[in-house]
Design a protein around this ligand. Sequence first.
Ligand SMILES: C[S@@+](CC[C@H](N)C(=O)[O-])C[C@H]1O[C@@H](n2cnc3c(N)ncnc32)[C@H](O)[C@@H]1O
Ligand SMILES: [Zn+2]
Length: 371
Amino acid sequence: MRVTEGGVELAVPGEQTEGVEESVFYNPRQELNRDLTIATLRAYREREDRAETYLDAMTASGVRGVRAGADGWNVTCCDVEEDAIDLARANLERNDVDAAIEHRNVNALMHDSTFDVIDLDPYGTPMPFADAAFGNCRDLVCVTATDTAPLCGAHFNSGVRSYSAVPRNTDYHAEMGVRILLSALARSGARFDVGVDPILTHATSHYVRTYLELEHKPTAADAALEELGYISHCEDCTYRETAFGLIADPLEGCPHCDGNRMLTAGPVWLGSVRDREFVAAVRERVPDAFGTAENARNLCETLEAELDEPTHYDQHKLCRNWGLPANAMDDFLADLREAGYSASRAHYGGTTFKTDANVGQIRDATEDGLA
Ligand SMILES: C[S@@+](CC[C@H](N)C(=O)[O-])C[C@H]1O[C@@H](n2cnc3c(N)ncnc32)[C@H](O)[C@@H]1O
Ligand SMILES: [Zn+2]
């Protein structure tokens, strides 16, 4: 089967069924992830012109390597599977893209060689690859995690094992996943005296993707660890509170509803998950020709405006809890602002938002508009 994506053409094994291409080595549902990767690489290289080498660490069909190579990067494609390597080689040739090809375990390759940019795109958790990446990457580590159930606490033990943290299943599960992943990556980087700065992070249908700019300095690693802390969450009224630090001091009861069904999650990343200016630069480098151009730009716009509060709310879930009808999002956010709070949409869903108001203040500020 032939597919075209981002101006390159690929041959991948598999059939087209009901308009959807199915192939073990090519997932069409990750096109947005790849379109944003190419726009990010463009924005990053314009800012840091020394960045030249890109490791497509788990290349599968070769699609990331082909697209980055067509964009002028000095590319290495690696995969542990022989069939993937044969496919990637054919796709690189088909598009006239020159790249080094490595048929081996990418952990061994990363320990042997240094790259400016490393792109980790495994099945499931990326953590088995994090140490080798932070130890051997100069500038930018790009990471996909598709194990959202462990990350958000729905598969609790698996999440604890993979991320050396306590994830909790709350009503902001995708953001729990983002912050558990960033915490684990920051702690991996710190082992190598590397500080991480997430310049772009998004949670999109069943995966989390983040781009971490590295600073090779013990003080930068310390600064990253200072962004870690804990979330206390009330299961009854959804009140939440966060505190920085590596030692948890959990709330025993809920200060809002006096309930005692409190959850504590952490250590999670409590800092910003993106650099607004950088995300704007990425948005501007998404060309119309990309298959997901409109979605990619909308996602960037939402991320640019999103507040840095570490957890979000969903208006519909709140209204269900309160037994009240929901309001139009713009009116709901306007009510919060009018009451003196900051409020923004969040990229986690059409009815999600962030605010510096707590759950009681949100209700007081918006209740009249919900009647
Ligand atoms: C999710 S796919 C990659 C998809 C691809 N990057 C894309 O954008 O379409 C994961 C790939 O990782 C490869 N892989 C798994 N473990 C690996 C390892 N230790 N070293 C190198 N490749 C590995 C698998 O063979 C598989 O091809
Ligand atoms: Zn409560």
